[in-house]
Design a protein around this ligand. Structure first.
Ligand SMILES: Cc1cc2nc3c(=O)[nH]c(=O)nc-3n(C[C@H](O)[C@H](O)[C@H](O)COP(=O)(O)OP(=O)(O)OC[C@H]3O[C@@H](n4cnc5c(N)ncnc54)[C@H](O)[C@@H]3O)c2cc1C
Length: 349
């Protein structure tokens, strides 16, 4: 995934910024082209701020850094424990799938993702709609750094979106990696099993991707669907939701993990007592709501079978986002710094 300057600021606050930079790959430029090679999207962090950059990182690297920090902080981690129920929201106790109970706790932070079980317990009527399009993705090696420095994307209208993102290395022994992704309708994810014809087709569309394509196997792919999560209160009593559980969206702007990191840090800084979580939600919404709205609006420009939206992207949206006077704002949205109010000082990217 791509970490933005906003998410890097949250990691800096946690003292984990250097550890993530060491495992990630610096990204300066989002370079999106059509199949003829014509530039469509050309976004650069330097247009927002000189010297700014994003970091492509493997999920396992980010997880490893956060996990080690939790252990160092003396957190009592209980892995393999699916939480199935909450008893008494004001002094919450948790129950797992085997019926074991935990707590009572002063505060329970539900960070169980866009398909959150805890959300369905707190708000049984909330529906988190699945986006019609998802993606499959796999990692490959890039030993010579052929793809370094950029998020590369190729589009054919909005029905084809292919991407290659450098994501660094999990350990010194691993060669530098890239993540390859392919967008497709959720209804067609099973048909993706016709692997060889698909790979030949992608190689014809994007010959420069051949070194990555030649490493891919059907077993190496993960499937991803996205949910649009939007509802009223993120908390009930002393149980509060953060990350995708509270505000999941499509990854079109590459912000979800960054917003989740900021949620965690701001929750720790703003909330000393469970009674303060409403103020926390108000403050975070000033940032999460505009990003959710923008992601929702932008998704059909990049993932749909529409003919109008890719036309709109190529002829209106992309030129506007690169126009002098506007391109700095577009880069600031990409950097994750947009917010309808000031960021806490320590979290300013
Ligand atoms: C294809 C794709 C590309 C993306 N690219 C980017 C990107 O470039 N940049 C970016 O910032 N974001 C990106 N995102 C979004 C990002 O992955 C999410 O926003 C982020 O992972 C949300 O973090 P989270 O901790 O809230 O939830 P998750 O990462 O979903 O973690 C939830 C955790 O809760 C656990 N869990 C679930 N249910 C239970 C339960 N009942 N009991 C106990 N544990 C439970 C799960 O096992 C999981 O470990 C992308 C997403 C996708 C699908």
């Amino acid at each position: 995934m791509l970490l933005q300057p906003s998410g890097l600021a949250a990691l800096r606050r946690l003292g984990l910024h250097e550890a993530v930079l060491a495992r990630g790959a610096r990204i300066d430029h989002l370079d999106g082209r059509d199949l003829s090679g014509r530039a469509i999207m050309d976004m650069r962090y330097s247009r927002w701020r000189t010297g700014a950059f994003g970091v492509g990182v493997q999920r396992s690297s980010l997880f490893g850094v956060l996990h080690d920090a939790a252990l160092d902080a003396g957190v009592d981690l209980q892995a393999g424990t699916a939480i199935a129920a909450v008893d008494d929201f004001d002094a919450p106790r948790l129950r797992d799938a085997q019926g074991r109970t935990y707590g009572p706790f002063d505060l329970v932070v539900a960070a169980d993702g866009s398909a959150s079980r805890l959300r369905s317990i707190i708000h049984p009527r909330v529906r988190a709609t699945v986006y019609p399009w998802g993606a499959v993705w796999a990692n490959a090696e890039d030993p010579d750094g052929q793809y370094a420095g950029r998020l590369h994307q190729r589009y054919d209208a909005a029905s084809v979106m292919i991407g290659i993102l450098p994501v660094g290395r999990d350990s010194a022994r691993q060669p530098p990696q890239v993540s390859f992704f392919w967008s497709l309708p959720v209804s067609g994810m099973d048909a993706f099993d016709a692997f060889e014809p698909w790979r030949d087709r992608v190689a014809r569309m994007w010959p420069e991707a051949q070194p990555v394509l030649s490493q891919l196997t059907p077993q190496g792919f993960s499937r991803a669907i996205y949910r649009d999560v939007s509802f009223g209160r993120w908390h009930r009593g002393a149980v509060v939701m953060i990350g995708d559980a509270a505000h999941g969206t499509s990854p079109q702007l590459g912000q979800g993990a960054n917003l989740a990191l900021l949620d965690g840090v701001e929750l720790a800084e703003r909330v000393e007592r469970p009674t303060q979580v409403a103020g926390y939600q108000f403050a975070r919404r000033l940032q999460t709501a505009p990003y959710q709205l923008l992601s929702r609006l932008l998704t059909p420009l990049f993932q749909s079978s529409s003919r109008f939206w890719p036309w709109f992207r190529n002829h209106i949206f992309a030129p506007l986002s690169q126009a002098p006077g506007l391109r700095g704002h577009a880069a600031s949205v990409l950097a994750g710094s947009f917010r309808l109010g000031p960021s806490p000082k320590a979290l300013r990217p």
